[in-house]
Write a protein that binds this ligand. Structure first.
Ligand code: HEM
Length: 525
């Protein structure tokens, strides 16, 4: 600095400005030097100090940032490139976190069926979900309590309820088509990114959440839902501590929505004896009447928070699936014709009203369309756990240390040539003659018998103690929406194209890049 100021003194009136500029330049140079030095040290460390007791580390230049950008832009390409270089198990750095990916069916099993003493889902997800769902539920409670809560939620997902849901979903879809500006006239085109989020939430709300919640979605509840949803982004996951403005809105929405549910519960309890209109089969009614093993009744606040958790857990996953499904069948109109032919075979040429049993048990082709969609587009591309105690990887000298995150990507095995011929082709007929869930080992983690999924390369609903409880509901919802669409419209991609948009990974769920347009022609009434 001394030499610099001697040189600058003759500059007279500009001295101070120049000093400031000089200071800034020095700061800039210092920063660049710091970055260069840390990159050099980081690279040298990776080249010279490989630790043979840990899984290989994915090469990266920048410490802390590591592979964040390449992984975030296209996780499947990243997994495939790393797999070629390092094999099925490797560790990468994502914003200072060490993520160990374990790919393939064995890798899925390692993550999904890790012991409770070794892996924790709550440590991986709580910072994202607790502000959205609320306290006292899902990842804000010890695992054994979550298992009980999942059992309560499953009680509300009975065949009897599903039977009553089918006509309600049809009604919502047909009503939506009648009211939507995108379906005026005899033909037109529709951006799926505009209509599917609404259709999904209206149908889930009318069935699982009850009439009061569905009606409220036409009013202020919709805005609250959007504010809550805006707190469910990768940014919230990566920077849980950052005071984003949308987090304030999220917290307000969470409190207001929870209060809304609690007011409904209070009203229902008050009317319990004399209100004949009360919907005694919906999820809220079911949760209001559950008790924990220790005899404690589920408090109203937890009922409210579980209702929010169910709304959020099902919304993005089902919405992504129905969008991909419509795009794929629109890209191959012969599939649309086959779905309609199946509808006529099962329900008659006059297309009698849809019913649960016939739809789910007899419309097998439609079922295969859903399965094929979830094979190529499992909504959750990365499933995470935090490592609580060192975990040895079978057949290697590697130990994944405590504090790392484990990452399973069931989409990698479900799009692997080894298990599915021509894996990137959308071909529902590949499922013909195959059972829904192979005779896999079953286990009860506290919410009913489920497949441990140890050998299957196809696990869109996960496996083990955190396995999805919403699969059957999602199936009913997706099948009913799809069947109603195909009964009403012929559909195709713009100009009869056979392309399907590329996935966009910028949200938590892999969605097709918007607007995802399909063209429709109304069928004869
Ligand atoms: C868990 C996928 C729909 C509620 C999961 C998991 C997956 C998944 C992969 C495991 C997550 C993990 O292991 O970390 C899907 C897909 C769906 C769908 C692909 C639709 C196509 C639904 C619906 C609901 C729901 C409609 C509610 C009605 C849940 C719940 C869990 C779960 C409560 C348990 C979380 C845990 O135990 O940690 N889902 N899901 N899901 N899902 Fe779903």
């Amino acid at each position: 600095m001394g030499v610099l100021s001697t040189l600058l003194v003759p500059m007279g009136p500009y001295y101070e400005e120049l000093m400031e500029l000089g200071g800034l330049a020095l700061c800039g140079i210092g920063f660049v030097a710091f970055v260069v030095l840390s990159v050099i040290l980081n690279v040298l460390q990776q080249l010279l100090f490989k630790d043979p007791t840990k899984p290989p580390l994915v090469f990266h230049y920048f410490p802390f940032f590591g592979s964040t950008v390449v992984y975030g832009m296209d996780p499947y390409k990243f997994f495939s490139d790393c797999r070629e270089k390092y094999g099925d198990t490797f560790t990468f750095v994502m914003l200072g976190r060490k993520m160990t990916a374990t790919l393939g069916p064995k890798g899925n099993d390692f993550v999904f069926n890790g012991r409770l003493s070794e892996v924790s889902a709550e440590d991986a997800y709580a910072h994202l979900t607790v502000p959205v769902f609320g306290e006292g539920v899902v990842y804000d409670v010890p695992n054994h309590v979550l298992m009980e809560q999942k059992k309560f939620m499953k009680f509300g997902l009975t065949v009897e309820n599903f039977r009553s849901y089918v006509p309600l979903i049809v009604e919502q879809v047909e009503d939506y088509i009648k009211r939507s500006k995108f379906f005026k006239g005899a033909n037109g085109s529709v951006p799926l990114s505009d209509i599917i989020p609404e259709l999904t939430i209206f149908t889930a709300a009318r069935t699982l959440q009850g009439k009061e919640i569905r009606d409220a979605l036409d009013g202020s509840f919709a805005k609250l839902y959007h504010h809550l949803d805006s707190g469910f982004t990768p940014m919230n996951f990566l920077f849980p501590w950052f005071p984003f403005p949308q987090n304030k809105r999220r917290d307000h929405a969470q409190r207001t929505m929870a209060q809304f549910y609690m007011d409904k519960i209070t009203k229902r309890r008050a009317n319990e004896k004399n209100d004949e209109d009360q919907e005694r089969s919906d999820m809220m009614w079911n949760l209001m009447n559950c008790s924990y093993k220790d005899g404690r009744k589920v408090p109203d606040k937890e009922v409210a928070h579980m209702m929010i958790a169910l709304l959020m857990a099902g919304q993005h996953t089902s919405m992504a699936t129905i969008t991909w499904m419509l795009l794929h069948v629109a890209a191959q109109p012969k599939l649309v014709a086959r779905i309609l032919a199946e509808q006529k075979r099962v329900f008659g040429d006059e297309l009698a009203p849809l019913s649960y049993e016939k739809l789910v048990l007899e419309c097998t082709f439609l079922g295969h369309i859903i399965r094929e969609t979830l094979r190529i587009h499992p909504p959750l591309h990365s499933i995470l756990r935090k490592v609580k105690s060192p975990m040895h990887i079978d057949g290697t000298n590697w130990v994944v240390p405590k504090g790392h995150y484990l990452l399973a990507a069931p989409g990698v095995s479900s799009m692997d040539e080894k298990y599915f011929k021509n894996p990137l082709a959308f071909d529902p007929s590949r499922w013909e003659g195959q059972k829904a869930e192979e005779e896999a080992e079953k286990f009860d983690f506290g919410f009913g018998l489920i497949s441990k999924g140890t050998a299957s390369p196809y696990l869109p609903f996960g496996a083990g103690r955190h396995r999805c409880i919403g699969e059957q509901f999602a199936n009913v919802q997706l099948m009913t929406i799809m069947a109603t669409f195909v009964r009403n419209f012929e559909i195709q991609r713009p100009g009869g194209g056979s392309d399907v948009p590329a996935p966009d990974y910028s949200s938590m769920i892999a969605l097709p890049a918007p607007p995802s347009i399909i063209e429709w022609v109304k069928r004869d009434p």
